[in-house]
Design a protein around this ligand. Structure first.
Ligand SMILES: Cc1cc2nc3c(=O)[nH]c(=O)nc-3n(C[C@H](O)[C@H](O)[C@H](O)COP(=O)(O)OP(=O)(O)OC[C@H]3O[C@@H](n4cnc5c(N)ncnc54)[C@H](O)[C@@H]3O)c2cc1C
Ligand SMILES: NC(=O)c1ccc[n+]([C@@H]2O[C@H](COP(=O)([O-])OP(=O)(O)OC[C@H]3O[C@@H](n4cnc5c(N)ncnc54)[C@H](O)[C@@H]3O)[C@@H](O)[C@H]2O)c1
Length: 448
């Protein structure tokens, strides 16, 4: 009889927590997980999945406009927010059930309540029940940061945006990162007037500069307004259900919704980690070593709560590596090089490896190849938007160290290109590869 109730207690049933639970249980560990909201976590319930469905839903607007050039005579098209919102919500319900079945099929116990740490081997559930475990895994994710300003209670975050009771005719989006630009694109395509207000004068810091410039130009051409160096000072609620959004140095903007997307912070407040001597960083992130172990030997952490890379595939890899290491007798770390990433803006942007700016500071000799092209589909439908692909090459070794692209379907193309960068293939290997014609992706092997 073990001295503990469980071998592993996981706090948080999101991307990292569910994977770790399932793999550890597969090794024969007795596992339980606590979830205070819904099983599946941010990605499934209020992140990647509903977001991507809304991108698909909104993009039909452009397909409908372009259809005439292809001979489709479509009568007056009308968009119904309630239909899209409710279909997305029902798909999220389906996925939550699938994730719950995964836990059940792997004999993982689940508690639908908040859990906090009360010692190196103990947690307490909201109901008051105390449970002991040999190992505790912290997989509680992150939470939207809401900057301090007057009237910030009227702003919504990505947590609320999927459930808006009515479609907002005018939207102000604060921030110019992933979430801000993805939702600016969604609302713009669905017919709202969108203004992006940002603290700095750039969008998507860290992404390749040429791609960021191209995205900004296209978003502006699609009538999205940008106010740079002009963060929100206050939001005033008007009598007619609208808000006046005051930003530095500008006239107030009228809007029915104000979405704040200014980053996400590890959700460690009130989690009791001090009771077990777990060290936290300045943002409240759990500090871990390469094997996801914290300063308390019986407590580990994976995913957004560690603030390494806030992406679902990384949380999943860390959760899997943790379970292999601790329960599978197979010590494994996660590699953080060559992580492909995408912004599902409209058009989307995707990249892997070094940007041109990073390569020029890190490598002695750099060659850059670009293809600035108008996709065939756009040409035919008289859409002026151009795509841009960029290969960044280490001129001394000929290795392709970065691939960056903005164009329709860029994330789909980039996933395959990421294999080549990860494998260390050279520009000569790209040149040797026969083009697949006609496609946008062929630009990847035609840059000279
Ligand atoms: C709008 C949006 C869009 C995104 N789009 C993408 C994308 O396109 N691609 C991508 O790769 N990533 C995307 N992300 C990021 C991705 O969702 C996260 O990186 C990922 O979900 C992190 O997984 P996790 O397991 O660390 O945490 P989470 O998935 O957040 O899971 C943590 C879980 O812990 C629960 N919890 C917290 N505290 C407690 C407690 N004390 N007790 C019990 N339960 C608790 C939470 O309710 C949550 O369910 C997006 C995020 C957002 C917000
Ligand atoms: N496609 C994807 O993979 C995807 C999509 C959405 C979210 N995510 C993940 O979720 C994380 C959070 O997304 P996000 O868009 O909230 O963060 P982000 O870090 O991408 O962007 C934050 C933005 O807010 C601005 N900002 C920060 N503090 C501010 C303040 N006090 N006042 C005004 N502006 C401020 C920043 O300048 C930046 O433009 C991302 O880092 C990403 O890892 C990924």
């Amino acid at each position: 009889m073990s001295e503990f109730d469980y071998d592993l207690f996981v706090i948080g049933a999101g991307s990292g927590g569910v994977r770790a639970s399932r793999i550890a249980a597969g090794y024969g560990a007795r596992v339980a997980v606590a979830e205070e909201h819904r099983i599946g976590g941010t990605c499934v319930i209020r992140g990647c999945v509903p977001k991507k469905l809304m991108v698909y839903g909104s993009d039909f607007a452009h397909g409908l406009e372009d259809a005439a050039a292809y001979g489709w005579m479509i009568g007056e098209a009308k968009f119904d927010w309630n239909v899209l919102r409710d279909f997305v919500a029902s798909d999220v319900d389906r996925l939550e059930k699938a994730y719950t079945s995964t836990l059940d099929n792997n004999k993982v116990d689940h508690f639908h309540e908040r859990a906090v740490v009360i010692g190196p081997n103990s947690v307490r559930l909201a109901s008051g029940r105390e449970i002991s475990a040999k190992i505790i895994l912290i997989a509680v994710g992150a939470w939207p940061v809401l900057p301090e300003f007057e009237g910030n209670q009227y702003a919504i975050t990505s947590n609320e945006v999927f459930g808006l009771p009515e479609f907002p005719r005018r939207v102000v989006v604060q921030g110019a990162g992933y979430i801000a630009l993805e939702f600016a694109g969604i609302f713009n395509s669905l017919g709202a007037e969108v203004t992006v207000v940002n603290r700095s004068d750039q969008i998507l810091r860290g992404y390749d500069l040429s791609l960021r410039e191209r995205l900004l130009q296209i978003m502006q051409a699609r009538h999205i307004k940008f106010r740079f160096s002009s963060p929100i000072e206050k939001i005033v609620k008007e009598g007619n259900g609208t808000f006046s959004v005051h930003t530095e140095g500008h006239q107030p903007i009228a809007a029915e919704a104000v979405l704040v997307a200014t980053g996400r912070k590890p959700k460690t407040e009130g989690l009791g980690l001090e009771t077990a001597g777990v060290d936290l960083g300045p943002l409240g992130e759990v500090l871990v070593d390469d094997y996801n172990q914290t300063s308390c030997p019986s407590i580990y952490a994976v995913g957004d709560v560690t603030n390494r890379v806030q992406l679902t595939p990384i949380a999943i890899r860390e959760g899997h590596a943790f379970a292999d290491t601790v329960f599978g007798n197979n010590p494994r770390t996660t590699a953080y090089d060559c992580i492909p990433n995408a912004v599902f803006s409209q058009p989307p942007l995707a990249g892997v490896g070094l940007t041109e700016e990073q390569a020029r500071t890190q490598l002695a000799n750099v060659k850059v190849f670009t293809s600035d092209f108008r996709p065939m589909k756009n040409m035919f439908a008289a859409v002026p938007e151009r795509g841009l692909y960029k290969l960044v090459v280490d001129a001394d070794t000929d290795k392709v160290v970065g691939v960056h692209m903005i164009a329709p379907e860029a994330p789909e193309v980039l996933q395959a290109a990421a294999i080549a960068v990860k494998a260390g293939l050279t520009k000569a290997d790209f040149d040797e590869t026969v083009a697949l014609h006609p496609s946008m992706a062929e630009e990847l092997v035609l840059m000279r």
